[in-house]
Every structure is written in C-alpha cells, then in structure tokens.
Write a protein that binds this ligand. Structure first.
Ligand code: MV4
Length: 515
C-alpha cells in the first residue's frame, strides 16, 4: 500500500475510519464522538476485553494480545498493524497507554496514518519537566522559582535552596504524576534527599536529572483546557479545579474552579494560551498550574492528550472536545473563536472506581451485578462497564465517570447528591460512598478545599455510616431490579441473589442488616 507523505499533501490526509487505541470509558466516549461525525470506528482489545464495552460498541474490533497492557495496549506496532489491516486512516490514543508517547506518534505517521493528537516534537518538549520549564521561562509564563538546569551537587542545591528559601521540592525532570518528588525542609536534609531522588529517578525513568523548586504549601490544582490548530492559532476553554485527589489520583473535578475570581481566571487562561502557542500546539491539551494560597499561580506541566476530566469542560462550554480533535486532525482548524466561548453553569465529575476506601483504596474486582442510573436532567455517565461485565484486574480501576451539570454550584452539588443517592452499582466495591462523604464536607461545599483536602479530612470512621446507608439503599434497589428482570425473563438466572427468594425478603434482609 502506498500513501502520500505528509509533505506531499500539506499534512492533511483524509480519513473515514478511526482506530481507538484504548479501552474502558474513554474508548467508548471517543468511539461515540467519532461515530457522530459519520466516521467508521475500530476498537482494539486484549483477550479478557473481547467482551468489554468498547470492543462491543465499535464497528470492528481487533484482538491485539493477552491481558497485560505491556503485551496489548502498549504494543504500538500491533496497533498500527490493526489500523492498516482494517483500513483505518487515523489513530486516536485516548489518555494513558500510548497517548503521550512521542515515538508512537512518529511510528503512526511513518505508517502513513494520522495521529489524532499533538506533534511528536511538542510531546517531547512537554514530556520533560526541565525542557518545558525552560520553554515557559522564555515565553514569559510564570513558573515556580527554582533552577533551569539539572542539579547533581548537594552543595549547589543547598545554595539554591538558601536563595529561594526552604522548604524546596526536588523534582525529577522525567517524573510525572507525583513520582520522583521530595520535599526538603532544611540544609542538613539536602544531601541525602538529592541522592535518593536521583537514585529513584534513574531507576524509574532512566534519567536522573533533578531540579529544585520552591515548595508551594497547601496549593490548589487548577488546569486549563486548550485547543491549538498547529499553526499558532490557540483558544482556551477555561479551567478545571482538580484539587480533590489522593496520592495524585484525582477523584472529583469541577468547572469552573470555585477559587478563581474573574480577573485571576483571565490571567491563568491567558498564560495557558501562551504556553500552547510557545510550542505551536496542535489538538487538545491541558496546561496544569498550581495556585498558591495568596493567589499566585505557576505553570507545572502540560498534558498533551484528552484528559479523564474533559467532560466538565464540555458541559460548561458546550464544545465536544472529541469532535474538535478530529476537526483539527483533518486540518479543518479549530472551528471556534475565543470570543464565542464562555462558561455556562457548573459541572462536577465523580470518578467511579472499583476500589475500597475502607481498605486504603485497594483495587477491587468482580462482576457488575447491578448498574442502574436514573439519569435525568443534567446528568451524564461515561462508562466502560455494563451489567454482567467482569471488571478485570489488569487495568485502571476507573469504571465510569458521573458528570453533573446545573445552573450554579449549589444546584450542581444538590443534583450530584440526588443522583449519587439513586445510583445502583453492585459487584466490585466502589467509591460512590466516598463521593457522598466529600459532598457533605464544609471545605468542599464552600469551595475552599486544597490538594491536601482528602489526606487531612478523610478517615474511615468519618464516612463508614454513609457507606452503610448507601449500601442498604443500593441492595434494596438491586433486589427490585432483579425481581423485575426475572418477571420479564422468567428463565434468566438470578446473579448473586440470596438463593432465589422474593425481592421483598431480600429488601427486608437488607434493611435489617440480617443475612
Ligand atoms: C509542586 C507542589 C508544590 N510545590 N511543586 C504533584 C504532581 C506534579 N504534577 C506536581 N505536583 C506538585 N508540584 C511545587 N513547587 C505540589 C504538588 C502536588 C500536587 C499538585 C497538583 C495536584 C495535587 C498535588 C498533590 C501533592 C503535591
């Protein structure tokens, strides 16, 4: 098969079918968006994922290997072969897996396919913290006070720390997602901390370059969605607040951020546009900032992909980010003007994860026995699972995302509490009770929460009662659903039911807590 080089056709290769190189809720979401544009969809899947939702909903599904990601979703060559074999002209990488792998993006383009994402060059600049920091310093975007070069000598590091003031943070240039960082609070800790951070970074990332930054205590995490056409045109789609996190895993995101007054919002969004312009950014990207208690903000990193939390931006701006990604990849430009974009209402996203908050958020697996969400106005569910699906152990515990929109923040919170109360999810232990707990916290309700909110506020005792209540209601609802299913199809088995008795008995047992 011969294909034109990008140079020969101006970088635009038409495509009418897209392969989605991912799994779970994001693969389903991307397939939906691509289908709405009238394009064909190809899923790839590992062995256990042959019956996963993304493989079932795509027009075609191609097996790419056994369960471990390293033998399936991370094998670029097999994914490219699947695209060529099915006649897909483009690959959408989703998030995680190969989405920020510059070598993969290059391989895709070398195979004559379109990578729906940024250029490999901008992924490389942004993938390295020292290089992105330097680029931002050149273009006038605020970065945290610190070094521009890697530091290897503890005496040099201590000298810098004296200048900027303790505490400082040692960061691995190749790190990310909170890995390869260490807080240093005084000069006598420096030598050991630097040695350890370098050692870990060398082992984990194959790159032991470390730099020093002023440590910002009790910050908020605010990020800005941008879209670039790759020719210097960039718009922002406002911010998301992502400070409800635990060990660098976000749990709840919202847009707008409750922490930004209009003037600060304008400045942070403008800094994000400047960031994207500095690398002639193409596609959808997110610029992460930390917001210090006094209102100063600093560039942290740029994520060169569609993010998990993109739906809150879609709900407040009305822009479909997957459609926008495809438009840009087709060379059609942004199709949006900054002056036409605004934030309307408030959106909250809750990550629905198969994990047990009572057991230190340990991953949980099992069959989804019941899943019923009475959606209603302003409620969106992006899901990768369905009733009867067995959640595999091999992948991320994120099963679905519940996204809620309302006219303002108090109403969005009220709507979220309503839907979380009605949500029925039985099978793996999940974190919906955690979300109910979070929504009841004063620091969440008044929007004052910071990145330390969960670690400082959460303890098993404080939410265990909520779990019992939610579980009881869910058991009742699940029993009702099982009964109605049985009526509709009398021959159907009754999964995980307590031996085929009536739903009233099951409900009574649930209400009394007796087995
Ligand atoms: C920081 C910081 C404080 N000061 N940098 C964590 C992940 C990585 N993206 C950067 N991170 C941080 N960098 C300075 N100079 C605090 C964090 C941080 C954090 C940032 C965003 C969201 C959650 C966080 C949780 C702990 C620490």
């Amino acid at each position: 098969m011969t294909r034109k080089t990008p140079e020969a056709d101006g970088g635009m290769r038409p495509f009418d079918k897209v392969l989605v190189a991912n799994r779970g809720e994001i693969a389903v979401r991307v397939i939906q968006g691509i289908r709405e544009l009238g394009l064909g969809t190809v899923a790839v899947h590992s062995e256990p994922d042959a019956v996963a939702l993304h493989a079932l909903v795509a027009d075609e599904a191609v097996p790419i290997g056994p369960a471990p990601s390293s033998e399936s979703y991370l094998v670029g060559s097999r994914i490219i072969e699947a695209a060529l074999a099915t006649g897909a002209g483009a690959i959408h990488p989703g998030y995680g897996f190969l989405s920020e792998n510059a070598a993969f993006a290059r391989m895709v383009e070398a195979a004559g396919l379109v990578f729906i994402g940024p250029t490999a060059a901008s992924m490389e600049v942004m993938g390295d913290k020292l290089s992105s920091r330097r680029r931002m310093l050149q273009s006038g975007v605020p970065v945290v006070p610190g070094t521009e070069e890697a530091v290897r000598d503890p005496a040099v590091a201590a000298g810098i720390a004296d200048r900027i003031g303790y505490p400082v943070l040692l960061k691995a240039s190749a790190g990310g997602g909170g890995k390869g960082m260490r807080v240093v609070r005084s000069a006598d800790e420096m030598a050991a901390a630097l040695r350890q951070t370098m050692g870990e970074a060398g082992k984990s990332f194959g790159n032991d370059a470390i730099f020093v930054e002023k440590y910002i205590e009790d910050p908020k995490h605010v990020e800005v969605q941008v879209l670039g056409d790759g020719r210097g045109e960039v718009v922002h789609l406002f911010e998301r607040e992502c400070s409800v996190q635990r060990r660098h895993q976000k749990l709840i995101e919202e847009s707008p951020s409750p922490s930004l007054a209009p003037e600060l919002r304008a400045r942070i969004c403008e800094a994000a546009v400047q960031t994207a312009r500095a690398v002639d950014y193409r596609g959808a990207g997110t610029v992460e900032f930390i917001l210090a208690p006094g209102g100063a903000f600093y560039f942290l990193e740029m994520n060169t992909r569609l993010q998990v939390e993109h739906p809150v931006t879609e709900l407040v701006t009305g822009v479909d980010l997957v459609h926008a990604q495809v438009r840009i990849a087709r060379g059609e430009g942004l199709g949006l003007r900054q002056q036409d974009l605004s934030q309307r209402g408030w959106a909250l996203e809750f990550r629905v994860c198969a994990e047990d908050a009572a057991r230190n958020f340990a991953p949980s697996i099992g069959r989804i026995d019941a899943l019923t969400v009475p959606l209603g106005p302003g409620v969106r569910l992006d899901t990768g699972v369905y009733e009867g699906f067995e959640v595999p152990i091999h992948y991320d515990p994120l099963m679905a995302k519940l996204i809620v929109w309302a006219e303002d923040r108090p109403r969005a919170i009220a709507r979220a509490q309503r839907i979380l109360g009605e949500f029925v999810l039985h099978g793996p232990t999940h974190n919906l009770p955690f979300h109910q707990w979070a929504l009841a916290q004063p620091a969440f309700r008044d929007g004052s929460y910071t990145t330390h909110f969960v670690e400082r506020t959460f303890s098993a005792e404080s939410w265990q009662p909520a779990l019992a209540d939610a579980d009881r209601e869910a058991l009742v609802a699940a029993a009702v659903i099982r009964e109605s299913t049985r009526r509709a199809a009398p021959a159907a088995p009754t999964p995980a039911a307590g031996g085929g008795d009536s739903w009233r008995q099951a409900a009574r047992r649930a209400m009394t807590g007796r087995r």
